[in-house]
Design a protein around this ligand. Structure first.
Ligand code: CU
Length: 318
């Protein structure tokens, strides 16, 4: 009898000790790749990641009446480098550095001539602490407290004049990045939800600040075997208008140079896959893809609408 009890107790202890580690090795242990800071690590673990994101925008939500130029399309290619390290089971540090390239085409509304412009560079770096509040084998809740530092340029120019607000690479402001993530893991699926914000704390050196941004997303992921999982996600973002203005940017040449044409809301759906190899030469590597389509957007004034977003990611950690 004592022996049986001992075996049972040892079994329960072993199970509770190993189930979090087992959960980490599932393909859906990480959320769809476009979601940031959605998982934490156990003590001593670290991870490096690269995400490539492409965002396409085309067509104005309302005519650029009264402006010389009308934007026609814009694309943004972003490479996001990230690292995570966990000094304890409850704390994970995360650092992220984006590099982006933006292209915009526009038409001169008088002469019908088209032109394009480009900007590129490193964006604002962010540092976050992820703190686990509640963790059981099936539920996990963690808090994110982060800050973004304005290292990205806000004076990118073309032909001698400073480019419009959407073409700038950085925000110029120090921002707070709070967030809350909840994940539920079951044998045959996982569910998650995250809310996060970007709160600008100061006007930048060019006398404006970008609008604050609030985001909520929820997803469901289903493992198909040990290597692959598929996911579906809904995302809603609300962001405010630009406050103040850069005196060197013309507010009448293009709607993109006038702060009244900024801010809005967007709802998107994302379909994704995550891939891992649990054992073998590629164990520890993760590959993921997510395709995102907006289903609704309301934009203040005259702005280009987002048409699609693709995120491709590679993560490596031990
Ligand atoms: Cu990680």
């Amino acid at each position: 009898m004592k022996n049986k009890l001992f075996c049972l107790m040892t079994g329960i202890l072993l199970l509770s000790a190993f189930s979090p580690a087992m959960a980490v090795s599932r393909p859906d242990a990480h959320a769809p790749i476009s979601v940031m800071g959605e998982h934490t690590h156990n003590k001593g673990e670290w991870m490096l990641s690269t995400r490539y994101m492409r965002m396409n925008m085309a067509g104005l939500n309302s005519a650029a009446t009264g402006y010389m130029m009308a934007p026609q399309s814009m694309s943004m290619d972003m490479l996001m480098l990230g690292a995570m390290i966990a000094p304890t089971d409850d704390f994970t540090w995360m650092i992220m550095l984006p590099w982006s390239r933006k292209n915009m085409t526009m038409i001169n509304q008088m002469s019908s001539a088209t032109m394009s412009e480009m900007s590129q560079g490193f964006g604002d770096v962010s540092l976050s602490a992820l703190y686990t509040i509640w963790k059981t084998p099936t539920h996990k809740l963690h808090l994110t407290a982060g800050a973004s530092l304005p290292i990205g340029r806000i004076n990118s120019s073309t032909g001698g004049s400073v480019q419009t607000y959407p073409m700038q690479i950085g925000s110029g402001s120090t921002s707070l990045l709070p967030g809350l993530t909840y994940v539920q893991t079951h044998a045959d699926l996982s569910l998650g939800a995250q809310t996060s914000a970007t709160i600008r704390t100061n006007d930048n050196p060019r006398d404006y600040r970008l609008g604050d941004q609030y985001k909520a997303t929820t997803w469901i992921a289903k493992p198909l075997g040990n290597s692959l999982s598929i996911s579906a996600r809904v995302d809603h973002t609300v962001w405010g208008s630009i406050k103040g203005s850069d005196a060197t940017i013309s507010s009448t040449k293009s709607p993109a140079g006038n702060p009244i044409n900024s801010g809005g809301t967007r709802t998107e759906i994302g379909l994704g896959i995550n891939f891992i190899q649990p054992e073998g030469p590629y164990s520890g590597h993760r590959f993921a893809l997510e395709l995102i389509t907006p289903i609704a957007q309301t934009l203040n004034g005259s702005q280009l609408e987002t048409t699609s977003i693709i995120t491709l990611g590679w993560q490596y950690g031990i």
